[in-house]
Design a binder for this molecule. Structure first.
Ligand code: T3D
Length: 264
């Protein structure tokens, strides 16, 4: 894993905590932070001792998207190829998050703007501080919602709300985001970190093999017909039914004790 101050990484109780750490820039992405975050999610894929991931930001913001200091037109030269930067830096990490067969909790501790907002939306369970805001800032600088934003907003909110947010760039307060179904839950600012950690620990101690398959099933549902999805559920349930976690879950129920899941 890349050692970098721009993303702090710790592993405890099966939870890999990744903290975006450029607080003076509201954790805007530079290339170093991109690579460090990607290394974090690669570790989550490759290390069986990681059972869940908790993503958050240091300081008063979650993430302000691309560091616009690195896109300063006054520096001269040709216009940047933003298709290339998405393909090289953003998209690999977003794909790692979506395909990770372990739960990813995102604790949005403050403003989440541009690709920062959409990074949060790519995570499985998004919780936010009550003071947090989600801003599709792209509209303010002539860009389109990227980092999966056009996909998540449309699916989670429907076209009317997706277009309202994306075309105006108006901030969406955390409470309204939860009310609209964009995120899971809102906590008071003072308790967000503690609540998010407790949730990540709970998931990490759970039947993570089955939780990974659940992620796969829900991901597939987006593009499947009902019939195709029933077939998919049959196949995934077959896999889940062969897991040690399932045997342990049933046994613990019958023996009236707490299950001890191994994530296998
Ligand atoms: O380029 C590509 O590769 C394509 C991909 C693009 C993806 C994108 O994310 S494009 C969208 C980029 N992001 C934005 O447009 C958001 C810009 N930031 C803001 O609009 C505001 O900062 C916020 C609404 C997020 C927060 O406002 P506020 O008033 O709470 O804070 P602030 O004072 O504006 O920001 C605090 C500091 O962070 C400030 O620095 P300073 O003046 O104290 O030295 C500000 O410049 C810095 N900062 C905030 N966002 C960015 C940033 N610095 C660089 N890049 C940023 N995105």
């Amino acid at each position: 894993m890349t050692a970098s101050e721009t993303v702090l990484a710790t592993l405890s109780h099966g939870v890999l905590s990744l903290t975006l750490n450029r607080p003076d820039k509201l954790n805007a992405f530079n290339e170093e932070m991109h690579l460090a975050l990607r290394a974090g999610f690669e570790k989550a894929h490759n290390d069986p001792s990681v059972r869940a991931v908790l993503l958050t930001g240091a300081g008063r913001g979650f993430c302000a998207g691309q560091d616009l200091g690195d896109r300063d037109p006054r520096k001269g030269g040709p216009a940047p190829d933003l298709g290339r930067t998405l393909e090289t830096f953003y998209n690999p990490t977003l794909r790692l998050i979506r395909t990770l067969e372990k739960p990813v909790v995102c604790a949005v501790n403050g403003v989440a703007a541009g690709a920062g907002a959409n990074l949060a939306l790519a995570c499985d369970i998004v919780v936010a501080a009550s003071s947090a805001r989600f801003i599709q800032s792209f509209a303010r600088i002539g860009l389109i919602p990227d980092a999966g934003g056009s996909w998540h907003l449309t699916r989670l909110l429907g076209e009317a709300r997706a277009k309202g947010l994306a075309l105006t760039g108006d901030p969406l307060e955390a409470n309204k985001a939860a009310e609209w179904g964009l995120i899971w839950q809102v906590f008071p600012d003072e308790t967000l970190a503690q609540e998010a950690e407790a949730l990540a620990k709970l998931l990490a101690a759970g039947p993570t093999f089955g939780l990974g398959l659940t992620k796969r099933a829900i991901g597939a549902a987006q593009g499947n017909s009902f019939d195709a999805q029933l077939d998919r559920e049959r196949d995934l349930q077959r896999e889940a039914g062969r897991s040690a976690d399932y045997a342990e879950g049933v046994l613990a129920f019958l023996e009236k004790r707490k299950p001890e899941f191994a994530g296998r």
